[in-house]
Design a protein. Sequence first.
Length: 108
Amino acid sequence: MENPDQQGIEEAYVITTDEIDFFGAIVREKEGTTSVNGRVLFQDGTWWYFSSSRGDRAALRKRLVKVCESVAVLYQTDVFRLKFRKVMGYNEFIRALREAKHQGMAQA
């Protein structure tokens, strides 16, 4: 059984085009609270970071999905969503992304 106090990423949303690299995550914080964290990299090299206050998971997820859908429409692309079976620590998440990128490059 998963520890309710475990911190980490529950879901990740990614939008990638030649113009934008968008990443947003639903993060389980201390004591089981939830927040949203993310970053956007634009083609000109500008970085924006965003985050929410801790709040209701369902409401935060709904807001993040709406933002992602709007960004995807603006850039005429899709949202790539990852939902994990268990909370994934940051380092574990980065390792999984690198492995997926490596596998994708091997298949190309």
